[in-house]
Design a protein around this ligand. Structure first.
Ligand code: ATP
Ligand code: MG
Length: 467
């Protein structure tokens, strides 16, 4: 039983059933009795109005009563009985009856007529005689001890009420069946849509993102389905990016590890002369450096993804950062015959993390020196809140420019040595510091522009700022 009513459909149908039964019971218990009492009251008050009139007009001459009572009975649509009062103790004697004396035995001791005879005036209400109920009203005949009683059977009125009650029951039962069927069918449809959503959610939970979630309804369930589908697409994209990232990262890690393994193998050969051995060790150390750099970059990216990339917000002298980066790469620039120039405006203070800013500047300068032909001129400029690294190398073609900030993206065909993560991390860092990193490139010129929030106070570069 519990299982039967655990579904949404069954519960809704049950609720509908309960509400409908309640409404029908209300109609049955309130409307029907009030209909009955209105019909009875209408009859009683009709008689109440007629009784004093008939009593007033009752002829003094009893010979004329038969005709009068007949006419009065027809006029009031009720039996008219006339009593004489005797006593004490008060008793009644029927002296006139529109139905004829032969049938008067049943009405001899009428309680309402008796009340009127005892002085309670006017007396009216309902009386049950035998199986039947009657509406009655009595009135004293003026200037005599007689009482007139009007009595009308309520059989017809009560029959009307009975028929109404029966029809109401039948109509109610029918409405109940129809409502239950319609409600159940409707809620089944509803429940089926919900079940489809549930299945879709389970599919997504199991990592299957390919099947779209469709529900064309304009209601809340349809809305939910559409939101769900947007979530599915987003999750699918994230899942794809995650897989690609892992594949790329393992590929990048494998290359230097294999190369190191190869060199180790060669080093085991004892016939190697000292110079070759030193050369091998140098290459191996370069590979280890590459691995270490890659590990740091991957760590930074995973921190950025987890929202745990911590950057300070302190006042930093951007010129100092640029100078340090240029200084670090001077040797490399000279070796490649690339003039490396620096032009800084004084007192350019920004809000950021000094170490991270240095990391971004290094990535940009390194790129300008590594991904350009020998002899390329590189210029680092610092002005209000901006650090620019420009080179007059071949430039980055438009179709690649949109992608260079993506992870593991390298422009093919150009001299390339890194793993394609430098710019991705640099942009994450710039954004984490509340700034931007943009590329403006054209043939013969590549310009990376780092924009940062300008510090209001141009004080000591080490002073921390609360944000
Ligand atoms: N100044 C530049 N001139 C020409 N191409 C550039 C320049 N800077 C970047 N690129 C291109 O953009 C690509 C992405 O640069 P990014 O710094 O992200 O990676 P990377 O330098 O290859 O590797 P990593 O920096 O991780 O060692 C580079 O591979 C290079 O092809
Ligand atoms: Mg790089």
């Amino acid at each position: 039983m519990r299982r039967l009513f655990s579904g949404v459909g069954a519960r809704l149908a049950l609720a509908l059933f309960v509400v409908l039964v309640g409404a029908l019971a209300l109609v049955y218990l309130i409307v029907v009795p009030s209909l009955e009492s209105r019909l009875v009251n209408a009859r009683v008050s009709g008689l109440e109005r007629a009784a004093p009139e008939i009593a007033r007009e009752l002829p003094g001459n009893r010979v004329r009563w038969t005709d009068f009572l007949e006419a009065a009975s027809a006029g009031a649509n009720a039996r008219v009985v006339v009593y004489d009062t005797i006593g004490p103790p008060t008793a009644l004697v029927v002296v006139g009856d529109s139905q004829g004396f032969s049938s008067s035995s049943d009405i001899q001791r009428d309680p309402l007529a008796l009340k009127t005879a005892e002085g309670e005036n006017p007396a009216s209400g309902t009386v049950t005689r035998g199986e039947e109920r009657y509406a009655e009203a009595a009135a004293p005949v003026p200037r005599s001890s007689s009482v007139v009683l009007l009595s009308s059977s309520l059989h017809e009125a009560l029959a009307t009420v009975r028929v109404t009650r029966e029809r109401l029951l039948v109509a109610g039962a029918l409405a109940l069946v129809v409502a239950l069927a319609v409600g159940y069918a409707g809620s089944l449809l509803f429940a089926r849509r919900l079940r489809r959503l549930e299945t879709a959610a389970e599919r997504i939970a199991a990592g299957q993102f390919d099947e779209p979630i469709t529900d064309t309804g304009a209601d809340e369930v349809g809305q939910l389905a559409r939101t769900f589908d947007r979530m599915r697409l987003r999750l699918a994209r994230l899942d794809h990016a995650r897989r690609e990232f892992i594949a790329n990262a393992s590929h990048e890690l494998r290359t230097p590890v294999f190369s190191l393994g190869g060199f180790l193998e060669l080093l085991r050969d004892e016939d190697l002369d000292e110079e070759t051995r030193r050369e091998f060790l140098l290459t191996m150390s370069e590979q280890v450096d590459r691995l270490a750099k890659l590990a740091t970059e991957l760590l930074d990216l995973s921190r950025a993804d987890a929202g745990r990339l911590r950057v300070e917000r302190e006042v930093v002298d951007l010129a100092e950062v640029a100078e340090a980066a240029v200084y670090e790469f001077t040797a490399l620039a000279v070796a490649g015959g690339r003039p490396l120039e620096l032009s800084v405006a004084d007192g350019v203070h920004v809000l950021g993390d000094e170490q991270r800013l240095f990391q971004v500047a290094r990535a940009l300068v390194e790129n300008a020196l590594v991904h350009t032909p020998e002899g390329t001129r590189v210029e680092v400029r610092v002005r209000d809140g901006i650090l620019e690294v420009e080179d007059d190398g071949p430039g980055i073609p438009d179709e690649h420019a949109a992608h260079v900030f993506e992870r593991f993206y390298r422009v093919e065909g150009l001299r390339s040595s890194g793993s394609g993560l430098g710019l991705a991390i640099a942009r994450e860092l710039a954004q984490a510091m509340g700034g931007t990193l943009e590329l403006a490139s054209e043939p013969g010129r590549t310009l990376f522009r780092l924009r940062l929030p300008v510090a209001e106070r141009t004080v000591s570069s080490k002073e921390p700022v609360e944000v």
